[in-house]
Ligand binder design. Sequence first.
Ligand code: FES
Length: 151
Amino acid sequence: MKTIELSINQQVHRIEVDPEMPLLWAIRDIVGLKGTKFGCGQGLCGACTVQLDGQAIRSCQTPVGSITAKQKITTIEGASTRLEKIIQAAWIEHQVPQCGYCQSGQIMSATALLKSNPKPSESDIENYMSGNICRCGTYSRIKSAIQTAAK
Ligand code: FES
């Protein structure tokens, strides 16, 4: 066990944890933020996506001990910048979610995409979002919402 400081949504959390624990479980089970979801646990579905210093990462594949206190983690609960609000409004406008399970990961990836590429082409969106799986098949609505948010 080790004491680790995590900066999540601009709040510092000091936790006692096995440094090998995936960040996903530290976020959900120790810090108690349940918006980040477990899907495959193998880096294949994107349900667990959060941002680390603005980059989309798979929290199920990131050992909590690999993160420093200076790095900023953002989860869906903390997605409240102007861009993130625009994206969430576009999600509502296009009624994107069906079951909703994958959507926090989808939104965290979409946000990271628009931060790095504010005017993505259709293929940019398809390529960037291809690691986020939606079992309900909401892909066309996700793409439309990203295009609306990028306007
Ligand atoms: Fe992390 Fe599927 S749960 S990618």
